[in-house]
Design a protein around this ligand. Structure first.
Ligand code: CA2
Length: 144
């Protein structure tokens, strides 16, 4: 059985550390990847991916059905709009943790609703990039 955890990131997260540090901090996605690896239990592996395209994220979720033991996902703006990503996650049978760097509930009303939360086994918001570390630790502990 695969022990790879897919860490999927949605649109504009490639800009992490380059813009809006007051909301998203100074760390880059490379730091997020290192953090996920550092928090991954022995025997598990991390595949961190980012795309600005909804269809690409859906394709990775489909691939994860055979290639991943869990998904940690920050769908970014697609969180609030994408029934298609929810449908793809509903076809994935292993743990799913939703992560948001900012506390979406402290922000605009349109960020308060998440389609992905209808599927997620856990939701983390407002812990900065440490939310990814917590999500990786959670899936490792769930899967043993
Ligand atoms: O807080 C989060 O992690 C979000 O998923 C980030 C999304 C936002 O649409 C969600 O409501 C909450 C935005 C990601 C954009 O990332 C940037 C990072 C640095 C600079 C500009 C954008």
């Amino acid at each position: 059985m695969t022990r790879t955890i897919y860490v999927l990131n949605g649109p504009n997260l490639n800009l992490l550390g380059q813009r809006q540090p007051e909301i998203y901090g100074h760390d880059t996605l490379k730091t997020v990847e290192d953090l996920c690896r550092a928090n991954c239990a022995e025997g598990f592996d991390i595949r961190l991916l980012q795309s600005n395209h909804e269809g690409q994220i859906i394709d990775w979720i489909h691939e994860a059905r055979h290639a991943a033991c869990a998904i940690v996902i920050n769908p970014a703006a697609y969180t609030h709009t994408s029934v298609a990503i929810l449908d793809a996650l509903n076809a994935f049978e292993a743990p799913v943790i939703e992560v948001h760097i900012s506390n979406v509930h402290k922000r605009e009303a349109f960020r308060h609703h998440s389609y992905v939360s209808l599927r997620a086994d856990g939701v983390i918001a407002g812990l900065g990039i440490e939310g990814y570390a917590a999500a990786v630790r959670r899936v490792c502990s769930l899967l043993g």
